[in-house]
Write a protein that binds this ligand. Structure first.
Ligand code: NAD
Length: 477
């Protein structure tokens, strides 16, 4: 049996191990899940809603253990509790929406052939795979799993090998819940396990990097299964001259530094009109300077450790490249090692240019690069100068003015006079543009509908279609 060491981000110590599930184990497990799924689907959506409500109660009962595991996984405490709160929120939301969406099958008469009456049946994918990353371990493990389960699918989840500790208490919360305990399963492991998951499921939801997303998409294409990909970002903010600068600074600092910048929708490029640039920079530096690392006491500060150790090298390289090319660091700018864990000071940088690594690569850390612009056209062109198209933010006094700019951005969601709202308002549909993703929206009603295929039952109420259309003698030669 292959095992993997799991590193603690606060101490650098290996304090856990996980088993790596292999092909054969996944083949056996998925065969059992497929059997259980038949009953799960047949019981109907109201039954599934009841079982999910039971799960919610059990999640609350196991909240202490799950939050403690997430805390060890990520080195942050407040957000571990927020993740649990969000998951409960997902269950409430989907339990309310699922019966409505599942009743939408629809029936009617074909406009093309009025003697044909039809009715639809919604057929869930039997088995949905979910592969999740390390930055928001619980939320990103369950954001797709919950609607898939309510749609009637079985779910096989593979969490990131960097943050897998929460899997055990999560499975403890499922134990004993009839039906759910058979259809919802977790397998730990790395790329080998992820590939085996794609080999055995009927649809795959993947959240992670573009590089791995591409491999998953190719693999899924070989198997002719749908791949729903949620990948990286390099989200821009545009601060127009009319904006309430204090409000914009507060939102941008929260989005860029919150979660230590380890969020796909963290703002990583801030474009500010030249007429307000100095005033805005002052506000951002003031707000960032008030933030502190959550070290040595996890009960203090706002900025957690870098969860994935190699990320420290990425941040160092981006900072070094910016320094060498003449950027100015106004606060922060240093990586710190404490007790074996790696932290990055929250940092504000100006004098950055589009060719710098800091503006080209995803950062995934607490760095805020600020650039000035003279015209709105220039701001839009800079914002769109990226291979990513996840989301963006626009700040202006007048909503119409902000919307006019937002509509020119090549991204799937734009927050207006706030930032990263897609992380909070999960009931609003959005797609990921460019290399930020592929497939139907995970947010809003599409988040459940995409697990349902339509089977049409076409009922001929008139004479059966005849052979006449094939009669070669009908057409003059
Ligand atoms: P990653 O791509 O390295 O790994 C993600 C998952 O894929 C892990 O569980 C990993 O074990 C698995 N995996 C690795 N190789 C695989 C393979 N060949 N086949 C199948 N599975 C495989 O990503 P990460 O470093 O864990 O996460 C960070 C990335 O995730 C960032 O780019 C971030 O922007 C992105 N992300 C996107 C969203 C979104 O909603 N768009 C949300 C959070 C994170």
């Amino acid at each position: 049996m292959r095992e993997l060491d799991v590193r603690n981000p606060r101490t650098g110590a290996v304090d856990a191990k996980i088993k790596v599930y292999n092909q054969e184990e996944i083949r056996q497990l998925t065969a059992t899940q497929r059997q259980a799924q038949r009953q799960w689907r047949a019981q109907g959506v109201d039954y599934r809603c009841q079982q999910l409500q039971r799960w919610k109660t059990q999640l609350q009962a196991h909240a202490g253990d799950i939050a403690a595991a997430l805390c060890s996984d990520t080195g942050r405490r407040a957000f571990a509790h927020f993740e649990l709160y969000k998951v409960i929120d997902f269950i409430d939301h989907w339990v309310a929406r699922a019966p409505v969406l599942m009743a939408e099958a629809g029936e009617g008469v074909s406009a093309m052939m009025p003697s044909v009456h039809y009715t639809h049946r919604l057929v869930p994918y039997d088995l949905v795979g979910v592969i999740s990353p390390w930055n928001v371990p619980l939320v990103l493990a369950l954001i797709d799993s919950i609607p898939a389960l309510l749609a009637g699918s079985a779910v096989l989840l593979k969490p990131s090998e960097i943050t897998p500790r929460f899997a055990k208490p999560l499975m403890d919360s499922v134990a004993g819940i009839e039906g759910l305990e058979d259809v919802f399963q977790i397998v730990t492991g790395d790329a080998e396990t992820g590939q085996a998951v794609v080999d055995h499921v009927d649809a795959i939801c993947f959240t992670g990097s573009v590089a791995t997303g591409r491999k998953v998409a190719l693999h899924a294409a070989e198997r002719f299964i749908p791949a729903f990909l949620e990948l990286g970002g390099k989200d821009p903010a545009i601060v127009l001259p009319s904006a309430d600068l204090d409000r914009a600074a507060t939102a941008i600092v929260r989005s860029a530094i919150g979660m230590t910048g380890q969020a796909c929708q963290s703002l990583e490029r801030v474009l500010v009109h030249e007429s307000v640039f100095d005033a805005f920079l002052g506000l951002v530096v003031e707000k960032v300077s008030l933030l502190a690392l959550n070290w040595p006491d996890i009960g203090q500060g706002q900025v957690g450790p870098l969860i994935f150790a190699p990320q420290a090298k990425v941040l160092s390289a981006q900072l070094e490249d910016a320094r060498q090319h003449g950027a100015t660091i106004h606060c922060g700018g240093m990586l710190e090692d404490h007790d074996g864990g790696a932290w990055c000071q929250p940092t504000v940088i100006t004098g950055v240019t589009p060719d710098m690594l800091l503006l080209r690569e995803e950062t995934f850390g607490p760095l805020i690069p600020l650039m000035s612009f003279a015209t709105t056209e220039e701001a839009v062109a800079s914002a769109n100068d990226s291979e990513f198209g996840l989301s963006a933010a626009v700040f202006a006094a007048d909503t119409a003015e902000a919307i006019a700019v937002a509509e020119q951005l090549e991204v799937g969601a734009v927050s207006i006079n706030d930032a990263s709202l897609t992380g909070l308002a999960n009931d609003v549909e959005k797609n990921s543009f460019r290399y930020s993703g592929m497939g139907g929206s995970r947010m809003g009603d599409s988040g459940l509908r995409r697990f349902l295929r339509k089977r049409a039952l076409l009922i001929q109420t008139g004479e059966p279609a005849s052979m006449a259309i094939f009669d070669e003698g009908q057409v003059a030669g």
